[in-house]
Ligand binder design. Structure first.
Ligand code: KG4
Ligand code: ZN
Length: 334
């Protein structure tokens, strides 16, 4: 059973994990708080923070796994997509580590890693999906409905034509001046609100595709009109506004997901990516699963947002296929 060191540095989380086979031994994530004051990720600051964190994070992951670094058989790393300066830190570290240790390198696609996070085993009897299954990948950069035929055979059934769902939630939070990243804040505030209090129109997009820029604009214009009459409108209606915008986005996500399930006849469904941490999405998907007799897979919170454990599991499957990377590979941003 190979022992794999995995590195993730595509955006604003520096993460390292150790896996033995498909079993997770450690998963360390250093989030970068520096971006909060700017209301979004500042790429130059992200690469600098990765540079500061990468060695301590890897060191901690090895220590927490209780292994010696000589036991590591391969290094898996996120090659892309992501921010170039951020990716370069992880890619360069992975190459140096592999070269110094005389072990192979494995390149991993960040989106595949999010989907494959469902196969990480924390115990021997962790329940994992059986292919084929449908996965809704929802993050700050992506919104896709994916059909997983096998570990690396993925077909994109639908995709956003503009903003990602997480991006729309973050922008709604920014409009209300709630802070960054807005997803977890809206999730928390929405718990005390009425999801049906305000109505925001859902766009008509064909097939299994999504669009979120219209929802964001309708939210912006609605608030602009209300604030013109009552400058305290946001403060007085915060929870209801959060609950209503969250409801609009989650209902739209689930409507297309249901369409995909019905169209394919598949009965196992999973969600992945940062927005899959959303409690309203999780609760509603579980309800929907009961109604339609689907087996629903919700990732643990630590595997929703960016983490190296998911890179490690993708790396393990590639290791089994003998799919190793050349030392000269550059990162890719898209
Ligand atoms: O997967 P991720 O960490 O990074 C990308 O690859 O984009 O996703 C980050 C996104 C952000 O938009 C963030 O607001 C959102 O995930 N997010 C949430 C929650 N936690 C994170 N959105 C809604 N509810 C949450 N609890
Ligand atoms: Zn991600």
């Amino acid at each position: 059973m190979p022992t794999i060191l995995a590195i993730e540095s595509s955006c604003d989380d520096t993460s390292a994990a150790i896996l033995r086979g498909d079993r997770l031994l450690s998963n360390v994530i250093a989030s970068q708080d520096v971006h909060r004051q700017y209301g979004g990720v500042v790429p130059e600051l992200a690469s600098r923070a990765h540079q500061q964190s990468i060695i301590p994070v890897v060191d901690t992951a090895i220590r927490k796994a209780g292994i010696d670094k000589k036991e590591i058989d391969a290094v898996a790393f996120t090659r892309g997509p992501g921010l170039l300066g951020s990716l370069l830190v992880g890619v360069s570290f992975a190459k140096s580590f592999a070269l110094a240790s005389g072990i192979p390198l494995i390149e991993v696609n960040h989106l595949q890693a999010h989907v494959l996070s469902h196969f990480i085993k924390e115990t021997d009897d962790s329940d994992v999906p059986q292919s084929p299954f449908i996965c809704l990948l929802v993050s700050g950069g992506h919104t896709q409905i994916i059909l997983l035929k096998s570990h690396f055979e993925m077909e994109i059934l639908g995709s956003t034509i503009d903003d990602a769902a997480g991006e729309a939630i973050d922008k709604a939070a920014k409009i209300m001046d709630l802070g960054y990243p807005g997803g977890p804040i809206i999730d928390r505030l929405a718990k005390d609100g009425d999801p049906l209090k305000f109505h925001f129109a859902e766009p008509h997009i064909p097939e299994l595709n999504y669009s979120f820029s219209g929802i964001k604009t309708s939210f912006l214009y609605f608030l602009r009109d209300q604030l013109a009459q009552n400058p305290d409108f946001v403060a007085e209606n915060q929870a209801d506004l959060c609950a209503s915008i969250q409801h609009t986005i989650v209902s739209f996500l689930l409507k297309k997901l249901t369409k995909a399930m019905n169209k394919t006849g598949i009965r196992q469904v999973a969600i992945a990516g940062g927005v899959s941490a959303n409690s309203y999405l999780r609760e509603n998907l579980v309800q929907l699963g009961k109604k339609h007799s689907w087996k629903v897979f919700l990732p643990k919170k630590q595997f929703c947002t960016d983490n190296a454990a998911m890179v490690g599991i993708a790396g393990y499957f590639k290791y089994l296929n003998g799919d190793f990377a050349d030392i000269s590979l550059p990162p890719y941003t898209r």
